[in-house]
Design a protein. Structure first.
Length: 176
């Protein structure tokens, strides 16, 4: 297992449409293990493959409090959604922001597990939120896309400044 680097906004890979997985082989299991390790280390409740630069339809999720309920969803699809919920959301790829996002309260999901077996399940509330957030990633969508354009442009500005400062600090170090 290995920790992978988590890409952050505005990295263009986060905007790509992930490809479906066709081979349920050893390399997929290895990738899923790396993703789980990276997610727990961050720590986060979910991670999509594009967040580590792999543009394939794979997400790992552990929405449990005890962090002992790992779920890997391959080629996940949200079949239907009902009701709505509004709650605070953040993302490992969207540094320094959390905001209220509206999501379905209850969803029906179809996916495959790492062995290639088809699974179907229902998710509610917090768990449903996490699944919707991660499936969004696979379509190149970030939670900031659900915010008002004003909030989004404020974040863009903030992030630009942040990156500039990081770069300046790096250059400073190199000068010394
Ligand atoms: Ni995210």
């Amino acid at each position: 297992m290995a920790l992978r680097e988590i890409l952050t906004y505005p990295n263009p890979i986060l905007r790509q449409n992930a490809e479906p997985v066709t081979d349920f082989d050893e390399s997929l299991r290895k990738l899923v293990n790396d993703m789980a390790e990276t997610m727990y280390d961050a720590p986060g409740v979910g991670l999509a493959a594009n967040q580590i630069g792999v543009v394939q339809q794979i997400v790992v999720i552990d929405a449990s409090e005890e962090k002992n309920d790992l779920m890997a969803l391959i080629n996940p699809e949200i079949l239907s959604g009902e009701g709505s919920q509004v709650d605070e959301e953040g993302c490992l790829s969207v540094v320094g922001l959390s905001a209220k996002v509206k999501r379905f309260n209850k969803i029906k999901v179809k996916a495959f597990d790492v062995e290639g077996k088809e699974i179907e399940f229902e998710a509610e509330e917090w768990f449903a939120r996490v699944v919707q957030h991660e499936v969004d990633h696979l379509k190149g969508t970030l939670f900031i896309d659900h915010l008002s354009s004003l909030k989004r442009s404020l974040y863009k500005k903030k992030r630009k400044k942040q990156l500039k400062e990081e770069q300046a600090a790096k250059n400073d170090k190199q000068d010394k």
